[in-house]
Design a protein around this ligand. Structure first.
Ligand code: NAD
Ligand code: ZN
Length: 282
């Protein structure tokens, strides 16, 4: 008689009937240092659209590159500011999904036993990893809730303009809103995120590269692999012979170079994976 398939673990992961790829089931429990690279797809099931999703409402007639690029800001700062306020409000209104929370559980497990060190490197500008219980090693593209002066770089108190502060945050979304002015130099205030045409924050990319160059397993979740230098990080691990795993419902520009591909959404795959790992380390 056939023995039950251990990957299904019927008694453990009933609520997530997805099947963990066999190679990952074998690899993940052996890892001692995991670099997890996440992109917009990580937060898709929380209700934050990716840039490849069709845009809605106010923004449907705009190209994302005009909303998040240096050229877009120079051409129309009122449009770029208004889009970022809308996105900031959207991020604040969304909750971490089961995938974010599963990563948080995995990290807590790592802190309390011989389980692996988990480095989260994200391209996302939301804070859903943090609210899901993880510490983020590197926010490669910045953070939508931080503001700075576009001219002198002075960082503005993030609570000065927060969606939770009705006194300062506009009540209505609008396609154009003039940015506030810096109290020091009079320049426009902008969100402290990395736009197309800008360099990444040095400390964040350094930390991410160190993680990719020292991990013994890399998991790439919800990224199209088209935005560099982030998309180059998996290669740093692969070149050392470290297994690289992709979790994404669709093919990406990185798929061909992956060792394991799991065609699944983050909010389904990660709870299933972490349930098995927690079980393993028990
Ligand atoms: P992208 O929009 O280029 O690609 C998103 C990827 O997510 C796609 O490959 C898609 O197949 C995948 N995906 C969709 N649903 C998924 C799910 N449920 N689970 C797993 N994967 C899923 O995103 P990107 O590669 O991260 O690049 C766009 C840049 O835009 C990012 O670097 C980021 O700075 C910014 N961005 C951030 C957010 C955010 O902070 N939540 C959202 C949109 C864009
Ligand atoms: Zn200034």
């Amino acid at each position: 008689m056939d023995s039950p398939n251990p990957r299904s673990r019927p008694g453990r992961i009933e609520s997530t009937p997805t099947e963990i790829p066999e190679e990952l089931f074998d690899l993940a429990p052996l890892a001692s240092h995991v670099c997890v690279l996440t992109g917009a797809g990580m937060s898709a099931e929380s209700g934050i659209p990716t840039f490849r999703d069709p845009t809605h409402g106010l923004w449907e007639n705009y190209n994302p590159e005009d909303l998040v690029s240096v050229q877009g800001w120079q051409a129309d700062p009122h449009l770029v500011w208004a889009w970022h306020l809308w996105f900031q409000r959207l991020c604040a209104s969304c909750e971490p999904n089961a995938g974010h929370r599963a990563l948080g559980r995995w990290a807590r497990l790592a802190n309390t036993s011989a389980a692996p060190k988990i480095d989260i490197v994200t391209q996302n500008i939301d804070d859903l990893h943090e609210r899901g219980g993880s510490e983020v090693l590197a926010h490669l593209h910045g953070d939508i809730s931080t503001l700075r002066c576009a001219d002198c770089g002075l960082v503005t108190d993030k609570h000065a303009l927060a969606p939770t502060n009705p006194a300062s945050f506009p009540a209505e979304d609008a396609p154009r809103i003039p940015p506030p002015r810096c109290t020091t130099c009079g320049g426009y205030i902008r969100h402290s995120v990395t736009w197309f045409g800008e360099a990444l924050p040095t400390e964040a990319i350094d930390r991410a590269m160190t993680s990719a160059m020292t991990c013994d397993l890399m998991i790439v979740i919800g990224t199209s692999g088209s935005v560099y230098p982030a998309a180059g990080l998996p290669r740093l691990a692969a070149d050392r012979g470290v297994p690289v795993v992709e979790i994404n419902p669709r093919d990406t520009e990185l798929t061909a170079s992956m060792d394991v591909v799991w065609r699944e959404g983050a909010a389904v795959a990660l709870p299933a994976l972490v349930a098995v790992l927690i079980d393993h380390h028990r």
